[in-house]
Design a protein around this ligand. Structure first.
Ligand SMILES: [Zn+2]
Length: 189
């Protein structure tokens, strides 16, 4: 059974900005996993994670911007979970990322409400940074959890407050397999 998602994107952290910081995975492993390996991967994430139109162009500078914004949001999430004051540099970076914010447009399509996706990487980062700041400065910050797997480090929103492993099956399944093996070893079967 293949239980490692390797380079695949995950979209189950509960908020787009948390899915975005999960594009750098296994933060606590010896070799963190970079899922935004090039501009086309970032373009793919923006389409799948934020509904960006396929024509949104992604340059190398955009990729740098995205990774820079991601580092800032990761630092803000880490400090929220640790219960420490957010690093000033990360707050400044979040403010800079939010600055070019332009709102989405809403419309009705076949009776359902829709909204436009971000029209540039800059806009996408402003939405994600704003979302992070609004969550972390409000009561919902208490929903943030970090996966209990030693090598994972994924952060996710858990309204129930009962989740130990990151959503999706990756770490939960690994843990169950390990527990099963240990039980078998103990019973000699
Ligand atoms: Zn995990």
């Amino acid at each position: 059974m293949k239980i490692d998602t390797l380079g695949e994107f995950t979209f189950h952290a509960g908020r787009p900005w948390l899915d975005f910081i999960a594009t750098q995975a296994d933060l606590h492993a010896t070799q963190p996993l970079e899922r935004l390996s090039d501009t086309s991967r970032l373009a793919e994430w923006l389409r799948r994670g934020m509904g960006a139109e396929p024509e949104v162009k992604v340059t190398e500078a955009d990729l740098d911007l995205a990774r820079w914004a991601r580092d800032a949001l990761q630092a803000l999430a880490d400090s929220a979970i640790a219960g420490t004051a957010p690093p000033i540099a990360a707050v400044a970076a979040a403010n800079r990322a939010i600055e070019p914010y332009t709102p989405p447009r809403a419309w009705v399509d076949e009776g359902r409400l829709r909204h436009s996706g971000p029209h540039s990487v800059e806009t996408a980062m402003s939405w994600l940074a704003l979302e992070a700041v609004l969550m972390l400065s409000g009561d919902d910050a208490r929903q943030l959890r970090r996966c209990a797997a030693d090598d994972c480090g994924d952060v996710f929103a858990d309204p129930s407050g009962r989740r130990r492993w990151c959503p999706g099956d990756r770490c939960g399944v690994k843990q169950r397999v390990r527990a099963h093996r240990e039980r078998n070893r103990e019973t000699g079967s």
